[in-house]
Unconditional design. Structure first.
Lengths: 401, 383
């Protein structure tokens, strides 16, 4: 069966160039980058080159890049690092000095951020979850109003994984700067898709993930602005200037660096080309599937994402039906597959549970072709129609209209 | 397009889904053998495993018994996936936790608290397995849903009805649990194991080299893997905010004299002897349960026998609802020899069953299922 993949927000294939760049570091240049001898130095050189490459992607300085195991670790490190977990420290602060700490985030963050905030909530940190509008955009006035004297961190994702909405980070950065509060952004879905400059955005911390930009899974980075007082998250050796212990995953790091370099050069062309294909898919589906709608259509979005609601169908069933036809896409986020709760993101932008459950996300990638789009347009409308045929409630709704 | 890998040797695109059959896979040897059998017969198979109950939900029940081989445990899902991988067909996990809790677990607990003895498996068949799962199967393009039930279904061309029959292996027959299926449900179901014995099924699984060929059978309720349903009822009630600490009440004889105490009516079933907690001259058995007065009435064995019972929610399977009383062989529980009886349909889906000879321990909450030879004529819940 020939398969078409339209789930690039879940993960991306490793570019051949990236794989080629990585391969020597498994069995040939296999040194430990922390070793003093020559094999170690060669590995060290590769790591530092990758650090430069990643830094260039986001306009940072190399020494501000920490390599991690991925987006989740970067998010956790940023959030707990600023809020100064270990927990014991926090409890002491809370119980002895009653030092309240406050954190601001949004309702549409990835679970890595939300669950970290909820864990801190349980430890006595006050958390504000800013709502978003129907397009998924945060209201910056509400952000301003939410700031308190004890606010220590604002964490707002750059682009959302489910609906693609891009936040006004420049403005948010300005607000954070004025209030002298640390700003972290989860840029896992924006890095490599839209331009990022940490100086323009005025972020202090930024997470990115390798496997979303054609590097392997299990590698990511955390940007830490020079001077940021970030507490340690893991304990061990003194790797990466003491920020992040653990023998460096040299091959993964090299891969991430190469992927970042490729992304930096091809970002503009990719974005234009992919946006056209995305719009063609979106338009085609709206035309061919009655009553379908795009979620967060009015928002500024990453060029590759479109999330549509197909009223009258069960998203899970549609997803399986499409997979059986060879088309891969997703409902909600990959990490919550099988969950019975409707997507928290779709709920936050105002969808009713049935609509949230009837929504599908299509996300394109660098290697998506016009043929892929044609294929999707040929199978999705038929699958939706088939499911609607089997739904007595939908048929009745159509008849009464 | 993505380049081909080892996973691209899947059967041809199911664009019309003709001949696509969904298999309800529990991860056990029976449903796995069904998948193998259907594939051997040339069908295109898709496996579906239901996620029904979160085994980690009730804290009191953690650490009891082995973590594996509980319904919908991760191990069982992996077993099903391993079988699908081995036989090279697509497999998906579908989440029906909400429906299962609403239609199986909660009624199970409520029935016990009301002094009845429920049959969770029948509720699951009626309201989960052959409802949302069957619907999912159809939605993804499968014509029918096959399960590992030991039973048979066939279409009677004369009457134009789907008939439900006992399995050929009487010792494994599960037709008793399927009396609630409608014609619509039966017309879309398949029970490939109905003609096989358990030994033949195991042999099939072995010949197909299924990873689960030697997996032991699970005998317990899928969501109460330890078999300790009393403990489950306590834990679930506690979670609901209605703890059962004060469930104690009196055990009385037929005259109403108090002769003992009990810890909750939900621990008892009609005909039960164990658990009465005291020694009397003659053995005493539970005759009836009175949830309102929180009493368990006990008496001697001969009083346990009755000749009739009333049924509700009667479902006529192999025949249409008859207009006159019918002679059948009726079972009042799974392990019961079908006994000759007369079924009299009443209005509004009720019926009265009158046995030729008194039957021991007719139990409210169980089902009476009527047979005509191998055919399941119908059934209903015992009031």
């Amino acid at each position: 069966m020939s398969r078409v993949y339209l789930d690039f927000n879940a993960t991306t294939p490793v570019e051949p160039e990236v794989l080629d760049a990585m391969l020597p570091y498994f069995s040939v240049e296999f040194g430990n980058a922390a070793s003093i001898h020559t094999p170690g130095q060669r590995a060290r050189a590769a790591v530092e080159m990758a650090r430069e490459q990643v830094a260039s992607l986001i306009g940072a300085r190399p020494q501000e890049i920490v390599f991690t195991s991925g987006g989740t670790e970067s998010d956790n490190h940023a959030i707990f690092g600023i809020l100064a977990s270990p927990v014991a420290q926090l409890n002491l602060a809370v119980s002895s000095a009653r030092t309240a700490r406050h954190l601001i985030t949004t309702t549409i963050e990835h679970e890595a951020v939300l669950n970290a905030c909820q864990a801190l909530d349980k430890e006595g940190v006050a958390v504000t979850y800013l709502p978003v509008d129907r397009s998924g955009v945060v209201d910056v006035d509400r952000l301003r109003a939410a700031i308190r004297p004890e606010t220590v961190l604002i964490t707002i994702m750059h682009a959302n994984n489910e609906i693609g909405t891009v936040q006004p980070l420049e403005e948010i950065g300005r607000i954070a700067k004025e209030a002298d509060i640390y700003l972290h952004t989860d840029a896992v879905q924006s890095a490599g898709k839209i331009p990022i400059d940490v100086t323009t955005l005025q972020v202090d911390l930024l997470s990115l993930s390798g496997h979303k930009l054609c590097a392997p899974k299990g590698i990511g980075a955390l940007y830490v602005r020079g001077g940021t007082r970030l507490r340690q998250f893991l304990y061990g050796g003194h790797h990466q200037r003491g920020f992040r212990p653990g023998t460096e995953n040299v091959a993964g790091i090299v891969g991430l660096g190469k992927a970042a370099e490729i992304a930096r050069h091809s970002l503009e062309d990719d974005a234009t080309r992919i946006a056209l294909l995305r719009d063609k898919l979106q338009q085609g589906l709206l035309e061919r599937v009655p009553q379908s709608r795009v979620n967060a259509a009015a928002a500024p979005r990453t060029p590759n994402t479109t999330n549509l609601v197909f009223p009258g169908v069960e998203g899970e069933a549609l997803l399986i039906a499409l997979d059986l036809k060879g088309l891969a896409c997703s409902t909600g986020a990959a990490c919550s597959s099988g969950a019975i709760e409707p997507s928290h993101v779709l709920t936050a932008i105002g969808l009713a549970p049935e609509e949230a459950r009837a929504s599908l996300r299509f996300s394109l990638g660098r290697r998506t072709t016009p043929a892929d789009i044609d294929f999707a347009l040929s199978v999705v409308p038929a699958a939706v129609a088939q499911l609607r045929d089997l739904s007595p409630t939908y048929r009745k709704a159509v008849e009464t209209r | 397009m993505i380049a081909a890998t080892q996973f691209d040797t899947l059967p041809g695109r199911a664009e019309i889904q003709r001949g696509l059959i969904a298999v309800a896979m529990s991860g056990g040897v029976d449903s796995s053998a069904v998948a193998a059998l259907l594939q051997q017969q040339g069908h295109t198979v898709v496996g579906l495993t239901m996620q029904l109950w979160n085994q980690r939900r009730l804290p009191e029940l953690q650490g009891d018994g082995p973590a594996q081989h509980r319904c919908c445990s991760l191990d069982d899902v992996y077993d099903a996936k391993a079988v699908a991988q081995h036989l090279n067909f697509p497999h998906y996990v579908v989440n029906f936790e909400a429906q299962f809790e609403a239609r199986v677990v909660r009624p199970f607990v409520d029935q016990y608290l009301a002094g009845r003895t429920p049959i969770a498996c029948t509720n699951c068949n009626n309201d989960v397995k052959f409802e949302p799962l069957l619907r999912m199967a159809r939605q993804i393009g499968a014509e029918r849903l096959a399960t590992g039930h030991y039973a048979r279904v066939r279409r009677n061309e004369e009457t134009a009805r789907c008939e439900l029959l006992r399995a050929r292996d009487d010792s494994k027959d599960q037709s008793y649990f399927l009396w609630g299926l409608t014609q619509e449900q039966l017309s879309r179901s398949e029970f490939p194991l109905g003609e096989l014995t358990k030994e033949e099924v195991r042999a099939l699984a072995r010949r197909a080299n299924l990873p689960v060929a030697e997996k032991p059978e699970s005998m317990e309720l899928c969501f109460v893997p330890t078999g300790n349903y009393v403990q489950f009822i306590h834990a679930y009630s506690k979670e609901r905010g209605i703890p059962l600490e004060n469930a104690e009440g009196n055990i009385v004889n037929e005259a109403g004299d108090v002769i003992g105490r009990h810890n909750g009516v939900h621990g008892f079933t009609i005909g039960q002897r164990k658990g009465l907690g005291f020694a009397a001259g003659k053995p005493l058995y539970v005759l009836s349960i009175d949830p309102e007065k929180n009493r368990v009435v006990v008496g001697e064995d001969d009083v346990l026998r009755k000749t009739n019972c009333e049924l509700e929610d009667v479902n006529w399977v192999s025949i249409e609802k008859p207009q006159v009383p019918l002679r059948v062989f009726a079972k009042i529980r799974h392990k019961h020899d079908p006994a000759p009886a007369t079924v009299e349909p009443l209005d509004s889906n009720s019926a009265r069953v009158t046995f030729d000879a008194p039957q021991r321990a007719i139990t409210p909450g169980q089902a009476a299922v009527f047979y005509d030879g191998d055919r399941v004529v119908g059934g209903g819940w015992i009031r």
